[in-house]
Ligand binder design. Structure first.
Ligand SMILES: [Zn+2]
Length: 76
């Protein structure tokens, strides 16, 4: 509910403005100050396994895919 599914429901409720307003009031995800949910992968939006070093802002899966393109080199 906090990441991917939230926006999908809004599409259905577009034709019902009163219900949309009520839905947003009660179901919008909280603005968080700390915790795992404040940082998302900038490529895929995943929360977990986030890499902040070198200000990458990627998850480990995306880093693995694009590491060679952005200049990282695998030793051994
Ligand atoms: Zn990612």
């Amino acid at each position: 509910m906090t990441t991917s599914d939230y926006k999908k429901v809004l599409k259905q409720l577009k034709s019902k403005p009163a219900k949309l307003k009520k839905f947003l009031k009660h179901n919008a995800p909280k603005k968080r100050e700390y915790g795992i949910a404040i940082r998302k992968c900038k490529r895929c939006g995943r929360n977990r396994a986030h890499i902040r070093s070198y200000s990458l802002g990627l998850c480990r899966q995306c880093f693995r895919e694009i590491a060679t393109e952005i200049g990282f080199k695998k030793y051994s």
